[in-house]
Ligand binder design. Structure first.
Ligand code: NAP
Length: 251
């Protein structure tokens, strides 16, 4: 049997797809054949335009993921609109930077709630549907800070380390139900999330010097790993955190 990366007939739900990595993943999944629902708090005009060019069915779900309040509605809207959910990409995320001594409870809660708590409860809601269906792929967007501590981002490091843990926890429980759960840990990618680092001349130089590939990543650099993990080619891959980082962690 030929190895298949084809997503024809599959339905995907991608959070935070109006910009950056989420947009690149949503478009790549559609180009690989999937119908795609996007869920986020901002109007994803550019993403919808790019998705329309793929000819796949698309759906726009508006939801603020800073709390778990909308998770059941998101899954209900996606299944009603696309008929099913085969692939969930938990991409929406935020970052807050401050010195340890000044770090606030608000900066802690906002990041942990969006990046970890909502990720788990949206996965739970989608998993109920996938378990009934007997198949599914959940792909969480982790970070290098799932492995490292970073600088001035303690709530982000905590949340993304939690994403690695909960990816494995969900993978163990869902594997017998035909659902694979994996994470992608992007390296330093040029998006809104890293605008402050790119603008800081010293940090920018230090970062590029440490990346063996010698450049920042582009959002599109993450999309291939997402298509792979969403595809039948990855049916025996579960509980993994795949770094896509230009070699950063190898150094
Ligand atoms: P981005 O362009 O800022 O994308 C973040 C996305 O999450 C946006 O669509 C944003 O929507 C959405 N989002 C944030 N809070 C939300 C909320 N409360 N409700 C709904 N949507 C919300 O940055 P990005 O780099 O592509 O980030 C995507 C993911 O990759 C994040 O999980 C991030 O932690 C992770 N990541 C990024 C890097 C990197 O180097 N860039 C590295 C490792 C991991 P709005 O536009 O409305 O804010």
């Amino acid at each position: 049997m030929a190895i298949s990366f084809d997503l024809s007939g599959k339905a995907a739900l991608v959070t935070g797809a109006n910009t950056g990595i989420g947009q690149a993943i949503a478009v790549a999944l559609a180009e690989a054949g999937a119908d795609v629902a996007v869920a986020g708090r901002s109007e994803p005009a550019e993403t919808l335009e790019r998705l329309a060019k793929t000819g796949r069915k698309t759906l726009n779900i508006r939801a603020d993921l800073s709390s778990i309040e909308p998770v059941d509605r998101i899954v209900a809207e996606a299944t009603a609109g696309l008929g099913r959910i085969d692939i969930l990409v938990n991409n929406a995320g935020i970052i807050r930077r401050a010195d340890l001594a000044d770090f606030t409870e608000e900066d802690w809660d906002a990041v942990v709630d969006t990046n970890l708590k909502t990720l788990f409860f949206l996965s739970q809601a989608a998993a109920r549907h996938m378990m009934a269906q007997g198949s599914g792929k959940i792909i969480n967007i982790a970070s290098l800070l799932s492995f490292q501590g970073g600088i001035r981002v303690p709530s982000y490091a905590a949340a993304k380390s939690g994403v690695a843990g909960v990816t494995k926890a969900m993978a163990n429980e869902l594997a017998p139900q035909g659902v694979q759960v994996n994470a992608i840990a992007p390296g330093y990618i040029q998006t809104n999330n890293t605008a402050a680092l790119q603008a800081d001349e010293t940090r920018n130089r230090q970062i590029v010097e440490r990346i063996p590939t010698g450049r920042w990543g582009r959002a599109e650099d993450i999309a291939g790993a997402a298509v792979f993990l969403a595809s039948p080619a990855a049916d025996y891959v579960t509980g993994q955190v795949l770094a896509v980082d230009g070699g950063w962690l190898a150094r």
